[in-house]
Design a protein. Structure first.
Length: 328
């Protein structure tokens, strides 16, 4: 397929999700949709918003742990936290969250670590997120299939787990798979400079044994994110039991990663309508919950981004001054 055709297809793919969302809203009724929006429980949204800082702190601890395993420890935690906040905002406004790679450039202000080494840690962090989401979504799929009494599909998924686990010792296979994943995750603008990173990744990246703690932190991070979503769903009187919500939401997250929409718009709503159809008395509440979650998180990240942009130069200057005094 010609490259120009591929670019055209990529440009118009997001219209699929947007069209799906428009059809969903039209089917449930625009008036009903907005009525559900204005009936939201505001205090519960406030409690949900408060969890944002908690999981941003967990994300920063995870990143700091990965950096420490690579011997990069000169940047203070407050600076790392502000960089994390800024990168998360850039991530949500860019396709596939590729804007989060701005951490490579921002960390150069306070660290002498080679950019290639920093990039390898960020790629490891992204892969951890993907692995965690896949793991949680698999648990959710097993629960869903078992709940629907589709035993053969649940058994097939378990067999797939065993097969994947049996492949872990095969390093050459994982190197090939990693190379493909690496170029999928890294933005095109960085790929030319990142070729040497990919070739030397297994030398400069954290070892698997060093990623056990970051993996646990990834689980905590997603638990807090889904707990936030649970509070938002309760604000719309969607009565999904907490444990079931935690099991089913990762399925929605994985499907929302499909490159046929913007921020999961459309694909996320249609998945939620299917998974939660037995827990809500009206579909407009489910759609309103999904839209509110996206808008609320975007607004919170925007506020935090502005705050971080103002505080970052001051905190960085103080940290550098303190580091210089300690060296003397």
């Amino acid at each position: 397929m010609p490259e120009s055709t591929q670019k055209t297809i990529k440009r118009f793919l997001p219209l699929i999700g947007i069209s799906l969302f428009a059809v969903i809203v039209a089917r449930i009724g625009v008036r009903q949709f907005f009525e559900a929006l204005i009936s939201v429980n505001i205090p519960l949204l406030g409690y949900a918003a408060g969890l944002t800082l908690l999981y941003l702190l967990v994300q920063t601890v995870r990143w700091q742990t990965i950096l420490a395993s690579q011997g990069i420890a000169e940047t203070p935690f407050p600076v790392l936290f502000l960089i994390q906040v800024k990168s998360v905002f850039y991530g949500i406004i860019s396709p596939a969250r590729l804007g989060s790679f701005i951490k490579v450039m921002l960390l150069q202000d306070t660290s002498s670590a080679p950019p290639a080494k920093v990039l390898s840690g960020i790629v490891a962090e992204r892969l951890l997120d993907l692995i965690t989401m896949a793991f949680l979504a698999s648990l959710g799929a097993l629960f869903f299939l078992q709940q629907r009494h589709i035993a053969w599909a649940a058994g097939a998924l378990l067999i797939l787990f065993v097969v994947v686990l049996s492949l872990f010792p095969k390093k050459d296979l994982w190197r090939k798979l990693f190379r493909k994943a690496f170029y999928f995750i890294v933005p095109e603008a960085y790929q030319e400079n990142a070729r040497s990173v990919c070739n030397d990744f297994f030398n400069v990246a954290p070892r698997i044994s060093q990623l056990c703690v970051p993996f646990v932190l990834s689980l905590v991070n997603w638990w807090l994110i889904y707990s936030q979503m649970f509070l938002i769903s309760r604000a719309f009187n969607i009565a999904v039991p907490y444990v079931e919500f935690l099991l089913l939401m990762p399925i929605t997250t994985v499907i929302a990663l499909m490159p046929v929409t913007v921020a999961g718009l459309g694909t996320k709503e249609i998945t939620l309508l299917y998974l939660f159809r037995h827990y809500a008395d009206s579909p407009e509440k489910i759609v309103s919950f999904s839209v509110t979650n996206t808008v609320l998180v975007f607004c919170i990240y925007g506020i935090l981004f502005l705050s971080a942009s103002i505080l970052y130069p001051v905190i960085r200057k103080r940290s550098m001054k303190k580091s210089t005094e300690e060296e003397q």
